[in-house]
Design a protein around this ligand. Structure first.
Ligand code: HEC
Length: 155
């Protein structure tokens, strides 16, 4: 083995290592890019991430109700639990809606009940009825009343 062969061999090894390194780096970049893509798409759809975190803005009103009208407060809390489990994902914590979903804030209990009954009955309401109706179909009369009571407290 002479000197030039050894040097040539080292060069090939270095190049091979470099290529593997670059390949690994490209994969990492791809994974990060996909991760960021998914993250921002979800943020775009849910408009800024307020959908998932934080307590209800109506909580102070519910606490007030607990003194003046405990039965009503109990219903509002039941509505809040249901809202947080399902509805919040699309209509957001404060009920203000997202890019593709209407705001519920400021609606009266009876207004919300009426709309939920329409969706549950399979009526076509707006252009995105198909997105909303399946959720309403899962609700009992009592759950619809509780949701109305709770949503009325959102402003
Ligand atoms: C997958 C997303 C999604 C979820 C989850 C969801 N909604 Fe909706 N909701 C929508 C969309 C979209 C509309 C508008 C539908 C249309 O065009 O008719 C809507 C409409 C409504 C309306 C009628 C608003 C108006 O125009 O007056 C009410 C009330 C409502 N939703 C309440 C709820 C409640 C209560 C829940 C939880 C049980 C819920 N939604 C869960 C997407 C959703």
């Amino acid at each position: 083995m002479n000197m030039s062969e050894t040097v040539g061999c080292d060069k090939v090894n270095t190049r091979g290592r470099m290529r593997r390194y670059l390949q690994t780096l490209s994969w990492l970049l791809l994974v990060v890019a996909i991760g960021l893509g998914v993250h921002f798409t979800i943020q775009f759809i849910t408009k800024g991430g307020s959908a998932h975190s934080g307590e209800s803005p109506a909580l102070p009103k519910i606490l007030e109700l607990e003194n003046s009208s405990p039965e009503q407060a109990r219903k509002a809390r039941a509505g809040m639990r249901k809202y947080d489990a399902i509805c919040r994902l699309c209509h957001h914590r404060d009920g203000h809606g997202g890019r593709f979903t209407p705001s519920l804030a400021g609606k009266s209990a009876i207004g919300v009940e009426t709309m939920l009954n329409l969706y549950r009955d399979g009526q076509k309401v707006g252009p995105m009825t198909e997105l909303m109706a399946p959720w309403a179909k899962e609700l009992s009369d009592e759950e619809i009343r509780n949701l109305g009571i709770y949503i009325e407290l959102l402003d």
